[in-house]
Design a binder for this molecule. Structure first.
Ligand SMILES: [Zn+2]
Length: 487
């Protein structure tokens, strides 16, 4: 009991210290930041840039649908982190996220927020191609290519600046122009101009990105081969189908030739694909399909081929499941798991299916075993907590969530929602207020976040320790409001 209590207290401590969900906390951003401010004569401070980044992310979240599939989320995060650790700024707190959008696009926002559309992941043929795009975006951030755009946005209030950058980066795909409406057309035009990378920027991002790609153990040809395919697609289908990516990162035949040459300098025989990528891609393909029948046919054909790989069978299993063929899907998944018993995705997918098929005991057992194999794994932990909640074990779900929230990577809207639901049933009631406050804060609803914490403070059962923590957090929320209102 005592250790359980300690756990909660230390969690509250972490929450109080680190105000934000994603890496990029003001608290430690200063330590993590490479010192590139003064030498470039920058007008924007690192703190300001991270605030802008957080507002940007809130604006993105409000405008588009983020993929909340825990597996996809963790996959892109792991891939991004692998690249960042081999970049020129390994300690810069990047955040990677996936947007549910079939257009081929990826972009780098302020504060190291890198977004990838599902359309781009599906358009990549192997992991090196996807990694090539991410490495290129990472380089735009580490080389400070967007600095002038942020500086142009400095004259605007923080939320307007962030909303304008988000609207421009998300592009026509969302059809949203809330940010542009808030800024004047001239200001927006000015920012747009600065967001369009120059040829020199593109060249540099290619050069640095290819280095990162190679250092991370990927095939450096991944970058030129993906660019080439995008380029060819515009020649084949005309300007109407120009991938969004090319409008902010123009690709020319010269540029492809140049990246090819760079890649050739590294020689070949690098890892160019991974089962994890192919599985993530198959999962996205099935789960984002509007109609199940065509993907079912496609995977039935692919998996019948003699050279069929695990992703083809996995895709077939998911498509069958979506098509209502639960028993057949379960058998396929069981076979996959038998052939590769340690793979997390097979375990979580089979457990998900068991939950849905009315076998919660099998599902919970599988999650539990998997969590014992991979302690602290965020993907498994989130599924497990959600399954516990759905089977009426709110107390256990709450402990599981609190345990995970100690890892700041776990502080996502989905996790705060789970926390709130579990605390509503299992108590203590004041925690539902804090969970709701954190959720509002993440989404940028600062006044509502403050109100919820003030409500939390009214509960008499709140210990002195918890009260102090909640007060500290409240102070941080208020500071964020002040920062937002500053020009
Ligand atoms: Zn670029």
């Amino acid at each position: 009991m005592k250790s359980h209590l300690l756990k909660i207290i230390s969690l509250a401590g972490i929450l109080a210290l680190n105000p934000v969900v994603a890496p990029g906390d003001a608290g430690d951003a200063g330590d993590n930041l490479p010192d590139f401010g003064d030498s470039s004569g920058s007008l924007i401070s690192p703190t300001r840039e991270f605030e802008l980044g957080r507002e940007f992310m809130r604006s993105v979240t409000a405008q588009v649908r983020l993929v909340d599939d825990p597996h996809i989320h963790q996959y892109i995060r792991r891939l991004g982190e692998r690249l960042v650790s081999h970049s020129d700024a390994p300690r810069y707190p990047f955040t990677f996220f996936v947007i549910e959008d079939s257009s081929v696009n990826a972009f780098a926002g302020p504060g190291g927020y890198i977004g990838v559309h599902t359309g781009l992941i599906l358009a990549a043929r192997n992991e090196s191609e996807l990694a090539g795009v991410l490495a290129h975006e990472i380089a735009h951030v580490t080389q400070r290519h967007l600095l002038r755009a942020y500086e142009s946005a400095q004259q605007l209030s923080l939320p307007t600046a962030a909303a304008t950058i988000a609207a421009l980066l998300l592009g026509a795909a969302t059809g949203s122009d809330a940010g542009i409406a808030a800024a004047s057309a001239i200001q927006a035009g000015n920012i747009q101009h600065q967001l369009n990378f120059t040829r020199a920027n593109e060249k540099e991002a290619d050069r640095i990105g290819i280095q990162t790609l190679e250092r991370s153990g990927f095939d450096p040809y991944g970058m030129p081969s993906f660019f080439e395919r995008l380029y060819q697609s515009t020649r084949l289908y005309g300007s109407a189908s120009i991938p969004e990516f090319l409008s902010t990162h123009p690709v020319t035949s010269d540029r492809i030739a140049e990246t090819m040459e760079r890649a050739a300098q590294f020689g070949n025989a690098r890892e160019n694909d991974s089962t994890e990528f192919q599985l993530a891609r198959a999962r996205l393909k099935v789960t984002t399909a509007n109609d199940t029948r065509p993907v079912l046919r496609e995977y039935a054909a692919l998996s019948a081929k003699p050279d069929a790989g695990p992703a083809d069978h996995y895709g077939l299993a998911l498509a069958k499941w979506r098509n209502g063929e639960t028993a057949a899907a379960r058998e396929l998944l069981q076979n996959l798991l038998a052939s590769d018993p340690d793979r997390i995705l097979y375990r979580t997918t089979l457990a998900e299916l068991q939950m849905e098929a009315g076998n919660p005991r099998e599902a919970l057992q599988l999650y539990k075993e998997t969590l014992a194999l991979y302690p602290g794994d965020l993907e498994v932990g989130e599924y497990y907590a959600s399954a516990l909640l759905r089977t009426g074990q709110a107390g256990a779900a709450r402990s599981q969530v609190l345990d995970m929230l100690r890892d700041r990577q776990a502080r996502t809207p989905a996790m705060y929602e789970l926390w709130g639901k579990a605390a509503r049933i299992a108590g203590p009631e004041w925690e539902t207020r804090q969970a709701s406050a954190e959720l509002h804060f993440l989404r940028g609803n600062f006044p509502l976040a403050v109100e919820q914490l003030e409500q939390a403070l009214k509960y008499p059962e709140l210990s002195h320790y918890d009260e102090a923590r909640v007060r500290a957090r409240l102070k941080e929320f208020k500071a964020a409001i002040e920062e937002r209102n500053k020009k």
